[in-house]
Design a protein around this ligand. Sequence first.
Ligand SMILES: *Cc1c(COP(=O)(O)O)cnc(C)c1O
Length: 375
Amino acid sequence: MKPFKGERIFTPGPVELPDAIREVLGRQIIHHRTPEFTQAFLETRNLFKKLVGCPEENFVFFASSGTGAMEAAVLNFFREGDKVVAIVGGKFGERWAELGKRWGLEVVKLNVEWGKSVDPEKVENLLKENPDCKGVLVQMSESSTGALHDVKTLGEITGKSDALLVVDAITALGVYDIKPCEWDIDVLVGGSQKAFMLPPGLSMLWFSEKAKERLTDRAYYFDISGELKKQIEGQTAFTPAITLILALRESLNILLSEGMEKVEKRYRVMAEGVRRAVQALGMKVFPEKPTISLTAVFPDELDADALRKEMLKMGVRVAGGQGKLKGKIFRISHMGMDLLDMPVVLSALELALKRLGRDIKLGSAVGAYLEAVNE
Ligand SMILES: *Cc1c(COP(=O)(O)O)cnc(C)c1O
């Protein structure tokens, strides 16, 4: 029953690679201390600049997974003893709090029930109570619960304060048309294996002028000031992830030639379709305000992991729940997918439910999806 073409990956990282990117990844390596690399690197930076749409050159790429850039944000923009608010509504929010503590920050946790989105008013009140607060750390898209946090409104709040708004946009950048300068975001973190449709190993960190003034020299490998000086000239302080940089150029070309507005719209349509599809099967969408990058599904009394196992037998991989949601939910990623890819995962879901003895009407989820897409 496993398809001869291999497993289809519908997980929120890594995501499937477009053919044009796989072609770049298969090429012979080039040396990085060459004019050829410098030119490609500068082109890549230019495309990234277009993606974020800010005039400054305030961003660096690191050879690391996304968490490396999160750690870089904590180290480069905060000093020991600095007070920060970490919004903790899932596994990745917890990561912000842990990172802050590890590097000696005073972390004030704002706990949000898993699956809910943070109430910006609570952040505003916390900042009023803590005028010495130097930062607010949040996820735009909390991949562990599928919830979307309203970073635009948070930017309006932190913009009036001394605090930097630090956004983990690892499953948002490349999906949403994020405008960090207009939204008053101070630090924006992205990762290659999510919406950039690349293998893991590359992270991106963009920062504002307000953040730039606070740069520290606490990091060595992740030293943003040192990196930025080099990267503006088309080089890197250490050996870059050469092949991933060349592939990022391709990824950015793909995203920008579709146009981020259209990319976001496509994901919006897909997300709406998938939500209606799972609801047509009598299941619930887990988060209250879902991100369009993925759909976290709560299959009620059904064991989510048993369902995933059935789907995997058909060669379709979706992700499970993390932390306290293990076995309770499953997550379907939309990242790197086209409109007509989603019926594959929905078909597997329908068949898996049938095989687990559920009385469902075959075609109901796929039908609901297609109806939604057709609107
Ligand atoms: C995947 C992910 C991360 C972690 O990225 P790694 O590349 O695994 O280090 C962090 N935050 C969010 C929201 C993610 O989805």
